[in-house]
Design a protein around this ligand. Sequence first.
Ligand code: FES
Length: 152
Amino acid sequence: MENRIEILLDKYSHSRRDSLIPILQDIQEEVGYLSEEAIILVGKHLEMPTSKIYGLATFYNQFRFEPKGTFHIQVCHGTACHMLGAVSIIDFIEKRLKIKAGQTSRNGKYSLEVVPCIGACSQSPVISINGEYHSKLTAERIKQILIDLIGE
Ligand code: FES
């Protein structure tokens, strides 16, 4: 993984701290999450303390620090989805899977991510599981989707 990250870092000049967020976005896009090794490499490249990188990265809730689960659930939290209950959907999934947004379950099976508008507002509220969209969700449907997913 380090090699992929090093190749990616070569695109950015050293010590340009304003490149931090684009670099982290690129790494997440490339390898799916920000590992400790990745943060260390970025720190060396930008000559920044890793604590500062963590601080900034955790401020933006778009970054993940654990690999995705076998089933990666994305919940849209754009305005339309928010108005139609995204928060209770997030809450329900967190309780059901016993993970918080941004986390992966211990068995590596499930991960949860809260994302900005995914461009399907007329279908709100929307979630996606491994890229498959489930739209116009109701409490009943989200319950059923999780039963189907977890199998209990
Ligand atoms: S706000 Fe959820 S799809 Fe646009």
